[in-house]
Write a protein that binds this ligand. Sequence first.
Ligand code: SAM
Length: 234
Amino acid sequence: YVPDAPLDGHATVDLPAAQSHYLRSVMRRGPGNAVVVFNGRDGEWRATVERLAKAGGRLLCRDRLRPQAAEAGPWLLFAPLKRGPVDLVAEKATELGVARLEPVLTRFTASTRVNTDRLRALAVEAAEQCRRLTVPEVAAPVALARIAETWPAERRLLVLAEHGDATPAARAFAEAAGAPAALLVGPEGGLADSELDALRQLDFVTMVRLGPRILRAETAAIAGLSLWQTLSGD
Ligand code: SAM
């Protein structure tokens, strides 16, 4: 992923040291080898390695493999979890086509500090690994109580809640499929009753249940996004 690279025609793409190192030392590529490059705007291009050195490298674009795809994936709003689970969520959500990762601070959120730079780096790595043409946006953390203030009218918010009154997921996702949507998953300690009551009042919210058991937050996020991807024919 080279975000600011020009990829038209036989453009040359300068690689920063880290990516040059990755191609050279991890992927064992060298001059003349073919690689794939994308910038998140112009699609995916086949390129040939001109040089890979410690200080950086250079690729020569050859032909376009795939045009840029519009980013139609869901958003994922998630309460920052401990480091391991939150990294897992960022990586798996990227693989499952999320367009935007938005940390939300809730009453029982374990850690209010969110390292968005680390999440962004994980999202880039996952996007390269799964050959997406875009990298999800990683938003700054927002207080759950504030999301209604700026919520886009056309986007449905599916709140993952383990409570019996929530709509079974298959129905809720089928009803929301095809339109812009977002999933919200709570922290390890769950969403507070007052937060759930406030969310239920919002007309853009559907409470969604993923079966009868209490899942870890990261499990719920991955299960919800997988179901979304399946039902929306992604
Ligand atoms: N309230 C739970 C408890 O009493 O143990 C703790 C919350 S659970 C570990 C973390 C989050 O995962 C929840 O806030 C919810 O968003 C999601 N979740 C867990 N189980 C779920 C289920 N069966 N259906 C939908 N969401 C679920």
